[in-house]
Design a protein around this ligand. Structure first.
Ligand SMILES: Cc1cc2nc3c(=O)[nH]c(=O)nc-3n(C[C@H](O)[C@H](O)[C@H](O)COP(=O)(O)O)c2cc1C
Length: 216
């Protein structure tokens, strides 16, 4: 029984995606005491950006002709793939940066897709429960000026759910910058409401994930 926890926020203090993902993790562990949690923190320990490009280049080279660097990249990516494939459930924290997902998270996805087990057409996480926690500084709801500008959440959901086949629950919160940006101060009550809603949703998602993962 294990939960794979992937964080991508570049903050450790004050990170809302980490706070909400903590809630998912807590609910999971409350229901499955003693379950193992395997962590990868892309925010504090990013994968090298050339991990992916090296692995892609290796795909065009005969096995016997691979360079040591290419072999190293493929081996590293195989470890990343092992890590996620070994988990019964997954929690991903995904902050919105520059209207997209964190570059570190994109590198992780791109790198995994070079592993034969994640090759296009396969569904490596078929049916696996995944909770995607999204945090956004601004507001993107219907009728707001930035409606449709979150180009990150849809993409990462597409990969997890439609490309990899996971059973994805999305927990979102936004207006996280209201507490620190004076121009957003009147949005603080709404931000607090959204944050509390996300905590409740996170707890429900964690409980659900525990309920659908196999017992020890
Ligand atoms: C470099 C950077 C870029 C950001 N870009 C956006 C953005 O495009 N849209 C937005 O709504 N918030 C943006 N934010 C705010 C974050 O989405 C917000 O702080 C969110 O809570 C980050 O997740 P975290 O709290 O887990 O760190 C950005 C923050 C940083 C540091």
């Amino acid at each position: 029984m294990s939960l794979f926890r992937l964080d991508a926020s570049i903050r450790t203090e004050g990170s809302v995606s980490r706070e909400i993902a903590d809630e998912v993790e807590r609910a999971y562990l409350d229901a499955r005491p003693g379950a193992e949690v395997v962590r990868r923190d892309l925010g504090t320990a990013p994968l090298p950006a050339d991990l992916w490009t090296t692995a892609v280049a290796a795909g065009y080279v005969a096995e016997a002709d691979l360079t040591p660097e290419q072999r190293g990249a493929l081996a590293r990516i195989a470890e990343l793939a092992d890590e996620v494939l070994a988990a019964d459930a997954v929690v991903v924290g995904s902050p919105l940066y520059n209207f997209g997902i964190a570059a570190h998270l994109k590198t992780w996805v791109d790198a995994l897709i070079t592993d034969p087990r994640f090759a296009p057409g396969s569904t490596p996480l078929a049916g696996r429960p995944v909770v995607l926690v999204v945090s956004r500084g601004g507001g993107y709801g219907p009728g707001t000026p930035r409606e449709g500008w979150d180009h990150g959440s849809g993409w990462i959901t597409r990969i997890l759910r439609d490309v990899w086949g996971a059973d994805v629950t999305v927990v979102e919160t936004e207006l996280t910058l209201a507490d620190v940006v004076p121009a957003m101060s009147e949005l603080r009550p709404l931000a607090a409401e959204k944050r509390e809603r996300a905590r409740v949703d996170a707890r429900t998602a964690g409980e659900r994930v525990a309920a659908v993962t196999p017992a020890a």
